[in-house]
Design a protein around this ligand. Structure first.
Ligand SMILES: NC(=O)C1=CN([C@@H]2O[C@H](COP(=O)(O)OP(=O)(O)OC[C@H]3O[C@@H](n4cnc5c(N)ncnc54)[C@H](O)[C@@H]3O)[C@@H](O)[C@H]2O)C=CC1
Ligand SMILES: C[N+](C)(C)CC(=O)CC(=O)[O-]
Length: 471
């Protein structure tokens, strides 16, 4: 599949990374000579962050090209994404050209934050709104607005690259999410204009409180809980009248005077000026990855989207007759000051492989919820070779023995070129989660472990049984 990215700034660069890391070829058209450098830096950030969301390897990266003509960029494209600055005259010109040049079957999406599809297509262009969120390579949401057939096709393609398409029922200025964001931004500008709060204080009000709630439950689910046992109707009755009180400036926007711009810029410098934009992006991405991984545990919000995408990435398979229990593309955040994967992540990969093996033998989430599980009681890691950022790790799991409460596993961590990078020998004990004591597994788990043990019987496991410091 091929995507053409027209306009390679903040958002075009993010789109390029999202497509590329999901295996699409990407051609970029942007007349700015700096675009190539900027996209390179966005890609570095995406390679650091996106693979860390998944317990499975993303497809091999596609091919990235920079074209000096729009015609060459869009030739053979399945998706064309316009991300030029937010000016209607410019969008009309570019979308008109893209409609003439792009293959007829290609989706033409516009990243516009505010224009309606009827405005974008008023001069005859064929396009839908495909409005993403920064950073496009990590945040799943894309708002789709426009023709039903094109939006349905676009939604399928977006799901394939791990995104969450939200198709609007009707077009509206600024779609759904930017209506909400602009309302908050407007109120924040009033708070600064009126000398009530600084940019830093407003950010603390968000990140120390309600910002934490929104990523996992949104607005309405959060307020349902706030209504207590009496629920949403009670919440509405209690707080609805407050909307009519003069709590907010509602739709008035403070005048964008040079003084207001200078005040906000100075406060923002005082707040974050000690960090470069790239450093802030890395901080943002590392935090987002940690939060998204937490949401994956419960399948809440964007965590559910990642789980759904992950299921399409890792079909059950075997290598050399052993189950593949973990696959991942090594994110650069896993590397350390020596320029290779840090020792902790060998154990992390093995830990995830043990989890997967447990699920394979029926000790899955439902089993654990029923009060039974395995605890790891011993592990021995042999570090055999370096693993670098971008390497594709494959972990296979061999059962050394599996009778009764004990489950003795041997994980092999191989790099993408097949080189054995590490072995991790692990002993797990089956436990009753209520008494916290070991006990025999349920019959179906005992039988499944035994099936694997029989299949792996007699197979050599070089390095198994070694102890630290052994010659
Ligand atoms: N920055 C943000 O947070 C978000 C922006 N958007 C939307 O994405 C679009 C792009 O915004 P940004 O990436 O922020 O802007 P930007 O200013 O970072 O990038 C725009 C890019 O378009 C290029 N460009 C200008 N004229 C061009 C032309 N004739 N042909 C090809 N490329 C051209 C520029 O060289 C620049 O690299 C806008 O419609 C904006 O509303 C959507 C979501 C979030
Ligand atoms: C500020 N903005 C209107 C360009 C923001 C967006 O469109 C979405 C985002 O990423 O916040």
């Amino acid at each position: 599949m091929k995507a053409a990215i027209v306009g390679g700034g903040v958002i075009g660069g993010g789109w390029a990374a999202r497509f590329l890391l999901n295996g699409w070829d990407v051609a970029v058209f942007d007349p700015d000579p700096q675009a190539r450098r900027r996209i390179g830096e966005v890609l570095d950030g995406a390679r650091r962050a996106l693979p860390a969301l998944y317990d499975a390897a993303l497809p091999p990266e596609g091919r990235l090209t920079y074209e000096d003509g729009m015609d060459r960029a869009v030739a053979g494209a399945d998706w064309v994404q316009e991300s030029v600055p937010e000016r209607l005259d410019l969008k009309h010109r570019i979308l008109g050209q893209l409609t003439e040049l792009a293959p007829e079957a290609a989706i033409i999406g516009s990243s516009t934050s505010g224009f309606r599809p009827s405005e974008l297509t008023a001069e005859g262009a064929r396009a839908i709104v495909a409005h993403p969120f920064n950073p496009v390579y990590l945040l799943p949401l894309v708002e789709l607005v426009g023709g039903a057939e094109a939006c349905a096709r676009a939604a399928d393609l977006l799901r394939g690259i791990g995104m969450y398409p939200l198709t609007l029922r009707k077009e509206i200025d600024a779609h759904i999410a930017d209506r909400l964001l602009e309302a908050i931004w407007r109120e924040a500008l009033w708070l600064v204009t009126d000398g009530i709060a600084t940019t830093d204080e407003i950010d603390e009000a968000i990140r120390q409180g309600f910002g934490l709630r929104w990523a996992q439950m949104g607005l309405f689910e959060t307020y349902r809980i706030a209504g207590g046992e009496a629920g949403m109707a009670h919440f509405m009755e209690q707080f609805g009248p407050a909307l009519a009180w003069p709590w907010t400036k509602l739709t008035d926007v403070p005048a964008f005077t040079p003084e207001l711009v200078a005040t906000i810029a100075a406060q923002s410098d005082a707040q974050s000026g000690h960090l470069s934009i790239r450093a802030l992006e890395r901080l943002r991405d590392d935090n987002l990855v940690a939060m998204l991984r937490a949401l994956k545990r419960t399948g809440s919000g964007a965590g559910g989207t990642i789980l759904g995408h992950e299921a399409t990435l890792s079909p059950p398979e075997e290598v050399d007759g052993l189950p593949v229990t973990f696959r991942a593309q090594v994110p650069s955040s896993w590397t350390d000051y020596n320029g290779h994967m840090n020792e902790t992540h060998y154990l992390e990969a093995a830990g995830r492989a043990s989890d997967r093996f447990m699920a394979l033998v029926g000790a899955d989430a439902d089993y654990i919820a029923g009060g039974l599980s395995y605890f790891t009681v011993e592990s021995h890691v042999r570090y055999l070779d370096e693993v670098l950022a971008g390497d594709r790790l494959t972990v296979t799991t061999q059962v050394l023995s599996g009778a009764g409460k004990k489950l003795h596993l041997f994980h092999r961590l191989a790099r993408g070129d097949g080189t054995l990078a590490a072995t991790v020998e692990t002993l797990l004990l089956h436990v009753d989660l209520e008494t916290r004591r070991s006990c025999d597994p349920a019959l179906q788990v005992t039988e499944a472990v035994a099936r694997h043990a029989r299949a792996h019987e007699g197979r050599p496991a070089e390095g198994a049984g070694r102890f630290t410091g052994q010659r």
